[in-house]
Structures are given as structure tokens and as C-alpha cells.
Design a protein. Structure first.
Length: 303
């Protein structure tokens, strides 16, 4: 995935949310309520403000479900025993560890759901609910999602969608509540867990394995997270996790980069993008990154 492909993916997610928010804004109007032109203009203006926020933050923060989905498409295999135990959720007492492990749990939720472990995924959604409220996210953000998950416990696709929606709503709530610092820490936890799950699934480096190509693409969201964290480093919790991002970034900087011209075409009605920057992982990079992520993740999840 090139930088352009990554941005287009974010735009697609953004457009989906535009559709959902628009439907919510005008639900009453569809029920037959008479609406004046000025009221419509006011609603549209309010909606646009919300969408502007979303457009900015969706590009900045990687969505765990999207990351897992991408690796799943690259034929990532499930490996048991990797996810962080939900039994530990009440043992994280400081705001920093709560936010980081909230990011980890929401990634574990997506991972479990994607591989059809819906019962386990429900446990992670409950952990997300618990830690989310403790870091200041309204209970209303998660309650309806938790109810829906219980109703659709046998449908893994529904649980995957619910896990993504939980993160979208959390982003929106925290940004609108001026809690960007908390959101940055949560997102770092989610990013680290995403890399951890993928790297630990693979024992050895295999050159033609598409999973390793996807790992190289993880540089793009890392760049965004690091830039955002540096802007928010006045917050002590954010400042404390910048070293994690820098150490990972230094490994990505060692990757060989192939630059090719970007070409856009259509195939069977779908937009196909080829070219751009490709970050090539080798066996040495893989082992170094695996060791670094394992160490960082252990530090975050240890009680």
C-alpha cells in the first residue's frame, strides 16, 4: 500500500461516516417533520464542522480494525495466546496505562472478531467499555454497541463492524471533548498492539509473504502518530510514549525504499492504484522490529 492508497482508504472510511452522520442529522426530517431553509442550513453547518474534525483525525489515527483487516486479506493466520488478558483490565490504575491498554484491548477486540472468536470479542468489548469510561469516554458511546454485540454474538462480521464503530465513536467523542491527548495515547497503544499481533504470528521472515509487505506499509500511520504526539508533548502522558514511536521509527528508517511512478486504473469497476513508495522489510529488520515491539508491549501491559 502506497501513501496514496493509505490516504484513499482513510477517505473511504470518512465518506462512510459522512453518510452515517448525515442520516442521523436528518432522521426526523425523513419522518415528515417540516423544516425551514434556515434550519437546514444550520444543520448542514453543524454537520460540516463535525465532518471537518473527522476528516482531520481519521487520517491521523490508524483504526485497529482496518489494520487487522488488511493483514487478514494478506493471509495472516490466527495464533492463540497473543492477546492481552481481559482479567487485567481493573489492574491498570494510572491514566497513562489505562489509555494505552484501552488501545490494546480495542485491537484485541478487532483481532478476535475477525477470526470468528465472537465470545472472546465480547469480553474485549466489555473491557473497552470499562477502560473507556475510566479515561473519560461517555458510557453512551459504548452501551448501545455492547447491546448490539450481545444480540449479534454469533455473527463475526457484525462484531468486526461494531469494533470499528467503537473506535470511530471514541475518536469523535474525545476530539469534541478536547481530549486529544488521551486519544493520542490510546492510538499509540492500538498501533503497537497491531504490530505485535502480526509480528508474533510470524516465526521467520519469508521474502514473498504478503504479510511482510503490509508490515512495511505500517510506516505511514506511524509517521502520523509521531507527528501528532510531538504536537501534544506538553501532556506528560503523551511525552512519555514518544520514545516508543521514535524507537520504532528508527527501525522503519532502515528499510530499503523502492520508488515507482504512481498509476491509477480501473479493473472490473474498481479503482486500482499501483506504484508509489514501497518499504521493503528484510530478515534483520523483521527480527529487530519484533524484539522492539515485544519489549514495548510487555512494558505497557505489565501490571
Amino acid at each position: 500500500m502506497s501513501a496514496m492508497e493509505y490516504k484513499l482508504l482513510r477517505i473511504f472510511v470518512f465518506l462512510v461516516i459522512v453518510h452515517v452522520l448525515s442520516a442521523c442529522k436528518f432522521e426526523k426530517q425523513r419522518e415528515g417533520e417540516a423544516v425551514s431553509a434556515s434550519k437546514i442550513d444550520s444543520s448542514l453547518e453543524s454537520l460540516q464542522e463535525e465532518l471537518n474534525i473527522l476528516e482531520d483525525v481519521l487520517y491521523l489515527y490508524p483504526i485497529p480494525g482496518e489494520i487487522i483487516e488488511g493483514f487478514f486479506d494478506a493471509e495472516l493466520e490466527y495464533k492463540s495466546g497473543l492477546v492481552n488478558s481481559v482479567e487485567k483490565k481493573d489492574s491498570y490504575l494510572e491514566s497513562r496505562s489505562q489509555a494505552l491498554n484501552l488501545g490494546i484491548y480495542i485491537t484485541d477486540l478487532a483481532y478476535s472478531a475477525k477470526f470468528g472468536l465472537t465470545g472472546e470479542a465480547l469480553g474485549y468489548l466489555e473491557a473497552v467499555y470499562s477502560l473507556g469510561t475510566r479515561v473519560g469516554v461517555s458510557t453512551e458511546v459504548f452501551q448501545s454497541l455492547l447491546d448490539r454485540a450481545k444480540e449479534n454474538i454469533s455473527d463475526s462480521d457484525s462484531i468486526v463492524h461494531i469494533s470499528n464503530e467503537a473506535f470511530y465513536q471514541m475518536i469523535f467523542f474525545l476530539e469534541n471533548s478536547n481530549k486529544e491527548n488521551t486519544l493520542a495515547v490510546i492510538s499509540v497503544g492500538a498501533y503497537i498492539e497491531s504490530l505485535y499481533l502480526v509480528l508474533e504470528t510470524k516465526e521467520l521472515f519469508i521474502e514473498d509473504d504478503p504479510v511482510f509487505t503490509q508490515i512495511g506499509d505500517m510506516k505511514y500511520p506511524l509517521d502520523n502518530l509521531l507527528d501528532r504526539a510531538k504536537k501534544l508533548e506538553g501532556d506528560k502522558n503523551v511525552a512519555s510514549i514518544i520514545s516508543y514511536l521514535i524507537s520504532i521509527h528508527e527501525i522503519f528508517d532502515k528499510l530499503v525504499v523502492d520508488e515507482t511512478e504512481t498509476a491509477v486504473s480501473k479493473k472490473e469497476g474498481k479503482l486500482v492504484i499501483n506504484g508509489g513508495s514501497t518499504f521493503n522489510l528484510n530478515a534483520e529488520n523483521f527480527m529487530e522490529m519484533k524484539s522492539a515491539i515485544r519489549s514495548i508491549r510487555a512494558e505497557i501491559t505489565t501490571i
